[in-house]
Design a protein around this ligand. Structure first.
Ligand code: GDP
Ligand code: MG
Length: 833
């Protein structure tokens, strides 16, 4: 298991096999082909290689060989003039410093040295020849020793010495400058050089000319027309201006970055990045998240090299697979995790309830079992864990999120009803997930039950009972009397034995989130099912986009526990928020890392959501249509009364054309609830609220999911909007904006105004001039305007959130405590294409 083939490994990493092979080759790992196995050591080696090599493309080739820095400083000198007047002279000092790479210099020094050497050699040779000649001469005319010749010889000797002395001095100078240069390098240049393992050498060519500033102010020019240059000696201390040659940086760009972050990486101001984006036609703020492609464009526009990071995922996954392999030792058998599925009313809930009530040991907390989304029961033959959310929808939703928590599906079929459409669906879902079935033929206590008919019908769907020569265990049960329940548990355990379920019980835990909620006083409570390892109190957990240290853990009976092994569900407290059902959870050694990954996932999720939001908006239907050729509009309709919801459904469904199909996926009466929003989000539907509003949980869900919710109070407006979306005829848009909400806390009787509602503004603001609606349980009960808006005894025009006020509703005296008064505004926006 720890050794996988390269093909498999590439699949895990989600990179093409070819690429992986090339990477392996570069890392110096010897493999002969995609069929080879790869060891953990090799994976680690690959990781180290990828990290080391990541994005570095021979920087030596691009680095400048020489950098020249110019600095201009301006100052003024006051000179005492005649008659006690002083005059100011502007002085501009320009200095230039050139940095040359050490190897360039070394090369130059070597050349010089060679020249000198050959010069010297020639010199010595000449001298020798001359000496010989002179000796000859001397020998020939011993007495004719010439004074001039001796002088010439001496002269030549001095010359040679001077040349040598100069060479020595130069070498010395280079050495000294080496030391100075290292200290004085510009920081980033130093870094770059340090990466290349070279030290820079500086040749200061200080230009001691003094320039009189040309840019002196007009004022000064007028007063002092004569200026004269002054000789000033300059010390070599100075700061830096912009390098004359631009520094080309290599900028690593992750999948999403913010403007600020990108600017920081390029060591420039955010405003410069914004400027570039504006030139590209994008208006952004400094905190805006920009995608990788845009970031690459910006980086290249600014003359740097962009290195899009495509391999962060690779690194993460690699780490994870190593982690997984590390704990992959001595797996022991674990108990099966079971989901109950079946047609509606066949007894899924009854079966789960019966098992829980009779088999789950009551906890210390008053013997009340807690609903944590799962529970486990212990029998003489072993333990079975039940996932408490019946129905294939939940099962498939989890699967859609990549979690396969279920080992075995119990398919409940009522013996008096037989195989029904949802039974067939459940069979299909289980088959798709490769999860074996155990069939519970329920309600055998009923007189008209026909368990054999059920078996017969099952065979038509390729579910053949064992006693009929097939592989599926079928047990007759009654969730009412409890008959056969033990046999059912036995059958499940038997099936589990066949599956040979194993998990490592030691080491850090990993598993899946079954459900999560926010609870008053407890914070985020998540039910997690451990797949392997042991979850312990105090562990740092990463669950989907959330993380945190486990503060407390409880089992299904509400009893606190310290640890949970494989196949055991527990409720954990301490996460930063509520993860989603089906999210993976993992114990991470350090919290910082957990936080980082959680943040990264949140960022990704945000982007995905943005994309989803765009596709689900009613406004976009037409554009979608032109893109895809056809489109469908999904709607979820909620109304104040049954009649309106039906009328709306019929009306909007009739709008369907050949190109666009309008479907009402769900319709109901009453406030828009959280589950409405979730359903809409899952089906990419828009929500129409007719005289009803979203309740507070739903409002939260709306911000979270970005579901398009529209409120209407006139049927024709709702229909017109849908029609406009479908036909693409963009009618002028009437936007209704809810300005604020006030909660009615008390009712006073006022002789002048009738009933006055003592309110507190809970959201936004209430304005006396704007129309209002009275809501009761999120349903509109009255629409009209304000008679009066007062703070204490004074009439006011506006009351803001958090403030109390008295509201009198015109022509309406039936406001009650607990009602809400909604203040809104209507604006008409002419639409344009
Ligand atoms: P679900 O929709 O599959 O969750 O089905 P329920 O558990 O809600 O059960 C539907 C109805 O069938 C309820 O009225 C139960 O009381 C009844 N029911 C469930 N199991 C049995 C059983 O074994 N025998 C009898 N007689 N009725 C049952
Ligand atoms: Mg049920």
């Amino acid at each position: 298991m720890s050794d996988v083939t390269i093909t498999e490994f590439a699949e895990v990493l989600k990179v093409p096999v070819d690429r992986l092979l090339v990477q392996l080759d570069e890392a110096g790992i010897d493999v002969s082909g995609a069929g080879d196995t790869i060891t953990d050591d090799a994976k680690l080696e690959l990781l180290t290689h990828l990290r080391r090599s990541h994005g570095r493309k021979d920087p030596a080739a691009t680095a400048p060989r020489k950098i020249t820095l110019n600095r201009k400083s301006q100052s003024e000198i006051r000179l005492g003039g005649g008659q006690g007047r002083s005059r100011t002279v502007s002085v501009e000092i320009r200095r230039k410093r050139t940095y040359v790479k050490r190897d360039v210099l070394e090369e130059r020094a070597r050349q010089q040295q060679e020249e000198l050497d050959s010069q010297r050699e020639a010199e010595t040779e000449r001298l020798k020849a001359e000496q010989e000649a002179a000796e000859e001469q001397k020998r020939r005319a011993e007495t004719e020793a010439s004074e001039a010749e001796v002088r010439q010889q001496a002269e030549e000797e001095t010359q040679r010495q001077a040349v040598e002395e100069e060479a020595r001095r130069q070498a010395e100078e280079h050495r000294r400058l080496d030391e100075v240069a290292v200290k004085e390098r510009v920081e980033q240049e130093e870094q770059k050089q340090a990466e290349q393992g070279r030290k820079p050498v500086e040749i200061p060519t200080v230009d001691h000319t003094l320039h009189v500033a040309k840019g002196a102010s007009a004022r000064r020019r007028k007063r002092r027309p004569r200026r004269r240059p002054v000789q000033v000696s300059v010390d070599s201390q100075h700061g830096f201006e912009r390098p004359t040659e631009p520094v080309v940086r290599e900028i690593e760009i992750s999948e999403t970055t913010t403007v600020t972050d990108l600017a920081q990486r390029m060591a420039i101001k955010s405003s410069e990045v914004i400027k570039v984006l504006m030139n590209m036609g994008m208006m952004v703020t400094i905190n805006q998240v920009i995608d990788q492609d845009t970031a690459v464009l910006i980086v290249e526009e600014l003359g740097h090299t962009a290195l899009p990071q495509l391999e962060t995922g690779l690194e993460d996954q690699l780490l994870q697979s190593i982690e997984e392999a590390a704990t992959d030792v001595d797996a022991s058998s674990r108990s099966p995790v079971v989901t109950v599925m079946g047609h509606v009313d066949h007894g899924k809930t009854s079966l789960l309830d019966y098992i829980r009530q009779t088999r789950v040991a009551a906890g210390e907390a008053g013997g009340i079992t807690q609903h944590i989304g799962a529970y486990h029961v212990t029998t003489k033959k072993g333990t079975v864990t039940f996932l408490d959310t019946p129905g294939h929808a939940a099962f498939t939703a989890m699967r859609a999120r990549g979690a396969q928590a279920t080992d075995i599906v119990i398919l409940v079929v009522a013996a008096d009803d037989g195989v029904m459409p949802q039974t067939v669906e459940a069979i299909e879902h289980a088959k798709a997930a490769h999860v074996p079935l155990v069939v519970a033929v329920n309600k055998i206590d009923l007189e008209d039950s026909e368990p054999d008919r059920v078996r017969n019908e099952l065979t038509q769907h390729e579910v053949v009972p064992e006693d009929w020569g097939g592989e599926t265990l079928v047990v007759n049960v009654s969730a009412k009397t409890g008959d056969g329940i033990d046999d059912l548990l036995d059958a499940v355990l038997l099936q589990a034995e066949v599956l040979d379920l194993k998990a490592v019980a030691s080491g850090p835990a990993a598993g899946v989130v079954l459900e999560a909620s926010l609870e008053r006083g407890r914070g985020a409570v998540a039910t997690v099912l451990v797949n392997r390892g042991t979850l312990k109190l105090g562990d740092t957990l990463l669950a989907g986009q959330e993380f945190g240290r486990i503060r407390a853990m409880f089992d299904e009976t509400g009893a606190p526990v310290d640890s949970a092994g494989p196949s055991i569900p527990v409720a954990v407290l301490g996460l930063s928020g509520t993860p989603m059902a089906g999210d993976d959870m993992l114990v991470v050694a350090d919290e910082r890392k957990a936080r980082e990954v959680a943040r990264f996932r949140q960022g990704k999720e945000r982007d995905v959501k943005l994309a989803q939001q765009q596709s689900a908006k009613l406004d976009d239907v037409f554009s979608q249509m032109s893109e895809k050729g056809a489109a469908s509009v999904q709607l979820l309709v909620k109304a104040d009364v049954q009649g309106s919801s039906e009328a709306l459904r019929d009306a909007v469904e009739n709008i369907s054309t050949d190109e666009v199909k309008v479907t009402v996926i769900s319709r109901g009466v009453g406030a828009i609830t959280e589950s409405d929003i979730q359903l809409a989000a899952a089906s990419k539907a828009s929500v129409i609220g007719f005289n009803v509003r979203a309740d507070s949980a739903a409002r939260e869900a709306i911000t979270e999911t970005g579901v398009d919710v529209r409120y209407y109070s006139i049927v024709y407006e709702a229909i017109d909007d849908v029609k406009a979306a479908v036909t693409g005829l963009l009618a002028p848009e009437i936007r209704e904006q809810i300005l604020g909400l006030a909660e009615v806390q008390e009712i006073f009787r006022s002789p002048k105004f009738g009933n006055i509602a003592g309110c507190i503004v809970s959201d936004g603001y209430v304005r006396s001039a704007k129309p209002i609606r009275v809501l009761r349980d999120s349903v509109v009960i009255y629409e009209g305007e304000l008679e009066s808006l007062r703070r204490f005894k004074d009439d006011v025009s506006e009351v803001r959130a958090g403030t109390e006020c008295g509201i009198g509703v015109k022509n309406y005296n039936d406001v009650k405590v607990g009602d809400q008064i909604e203040c809104y505004e209507r604006t008409e926006i002419a639409r344009s294409l």
